[in-house]
Design a protein around this ligand. Structure first.
Ligand SMILES: Nc1ncnc2c1ncn2[C@@H]1O[C@H](COP(=O)(O)OP(=O)(O)OP(=O)(O)O)[C@@H](O)[C@H]1O
Ligand SMILES: [Mg+2]
Length: 435
């Protein structure tokens, strides 16, 4: 028999609802005050709670809160004769299952209770199947706990956050986590923008939007990301890749949260939260004059630096198990992780961090029978030699540039001509080669 808590201060109504529910087979416990309800909730978990909103000095929202704290899956049905936008919003935000306006037909209430019960049954089934949600962050090392602490403090605020860290350390995951725990924003859009992948000339219209006819090909108004994500979160990934010329526009936006679509005459305000990420060292870029210092300060309200995997080797076994479970399930395999396998994984330096570990485990889950030291070392050798050609190509290019430069006696215009590239391009390459 399903247990149910009913909180209602009107004795007649309390009696009527209780009777109807008991007829349906529910074990109803009734409370007439909020303190009585909250006390009961502190002691017992109820799968379903029905509560009036205006009861005494505290309200049904406090009951909702207490019920959710005891059991996040608890289905809470709120009822009131004085529903306002604010109370409905607060109830929704607090995770209420349903909201019923008084006076109501008993059938309406019974129907809500049945739906609540069905929803709960479904949830329990799900929880058994997948033990970890997709975006769950694995890691209990001090460095990660530090990250969680900052995330939990900053997520519910509107503060701008900049995430730094090597490739594959989980910046994307943290950005999504910040959005997910941001309270009201969480139900609004999360829009990622890969600033490095969008041509610098298009970034402005991508972010701010553009009016019809603003440039060739703009045959209708284009809503920018900042507007599309209104009341939500924009994730500016690879922020270190945006050109100096656009950095000023972004700075202005961060200062006033106003957008003026390309070709528009008027600006409008939007409410978006910015999370930015980069695997470059922004401070270094500021020192080198490649990133505006004022923009850096604006972004840097809260800075989270993701620790590389080699600095938290204790998390390697947890991550390896997590990924192995995932891929075993995905590929219907039963590959086991051995002690020697764990040791080999922990000894490696992981330049590609968690992403690389994940790839390696995926590969092994398909190809190996056991993840032991031999299998790990072999897979690492394959991965490393597969990644090599890219380096060799870059090496070959550098070699060629050096040869041509020495042949032209250091004349860069001539060298660029021979190499078949623009002089600017050659300068850029030389810059990268530190020549
Ligand atoms: N702590 C973690 N627990 C579980 N999975 C993780 C963790 N960190 C990263 N991952 C996984 O590793 C992969 C890479 O992570 P993510 O995309 O967040 O890295 P990133 O820091 O954004 O890298 P890049 O700088 O290359 O964009 C993703 O598949 C992500 O789910
Ligand atoms: Mg990323």
């Amino acid at each position: 028999m399903e247990k149910l808590l009913l909180v209602e201060d009107d004795p007649a109504l309390q009696f009527t609802i209780q009777l109807a529910l008991e007829e349906k087979g529910y074990a109803v416990e009734a409370a007439s005050t909020t303190s009585e309800a909250i006390e009961r909730l502190a002691e017992n978990a109820y799968p379903i709670v029905i509560t009036d909103i205006y009861i005494d000095e505290r309200t049904g929202l406090d009951v909702l809160d207490a019920a959710k704290r005891k059991d996040p899956h608890c289905a809470v049905i709120l009822m009131t004769g004085r529903g306002t936008v604010e109370t409905v919003m607060a109830a929704t935000r607090g995770g209420a299952f349903d909201y019923i306006a008084k006076p109501f037909d008993l059938d309406v209430m019974m129907d809500a209770v049945e739906r609540a019960e069905a929803a709960r049954a479904e949830q329990e089934g799900e929880a058994e199947e997948e033990d970890m949600p997709e975006t769950e962050m694995i890691g209990v090392s001090p460095g990660m706990v530090e990250v969680y602490k900052v995330v939990s403090r900053v997520a519910p605020t509107d503060a701008t956050v900049v995430l730094e860290g090597e490739t594959g350390t989980g910046k994307d995951l943290v950005a999504r986590m910040i959005h997910r725990f941001s309270g009201a924003r969480a139900s609004q859009p999360f829009v990622p923008v890969d600033c490095g992948a969008i041509a610098p000339t298009l970034l402005e219209s991508e972010l701010f939007g553009a009016m019809r006819g603003a440039f060739t090909g703009a045959d209708r108004d284009r809503v920018g990301v900042f507007e599309a994500a209104n009341r939500g979160t924009v994730f500016l990934d690879e922020i270190g890749d945006i050109e100096l010329s656009f950095q000023l526009a972004l700075l202005r936006f961060l200062e006033n949260h106003e957008i003026r679509p390309v070709g528009a005459s008027r600006a409008k305000k939007v409410d978006v939260r910015i999370v930015a990420a980069t695997n470059r060292d922004l401070q270094h870029m500021v020192e080198d004059g490649k990133f505006r210092e004022d923009l850096w300060h604006r972004l840097n309200v809260v800075r989270i630096v993701m620790p590389p995997l080699r600095e938290r080797r204790g998390d390697v076994p947890l991550l390896a198990r997590f990924f192995l479970n995932k891929f075993n399930r995905l590929y219907s395999r039963e590959v086991k992780l051995t002690e020697s396998g764990i040791k080999a994984l922990q000894d490696y330096t992981w330049p590609g961090n968690v992403r690389q570990l994940q790839h390696l485990i995926e590969r092994l889950s398909v190809l190996a029978e056991r993840v032991d030291a031999a299998a790990v070392l072999q897979a690492l050798t394959v991965m490393e030699s597969r990644d090599k050609p890219v380096e060799t190509l870059a090496d070959a290019e550098e070699e060629q540039i050096r040869r041509v430069l020495s042949a032209t006696g250091g004349n860069k215009s001539k060298a660029a001509q021979i190499l078949g590239i623009e002089r600017k391009t050659l300068y850029r390459k030389l810059d990268r080669m530190k020549l």
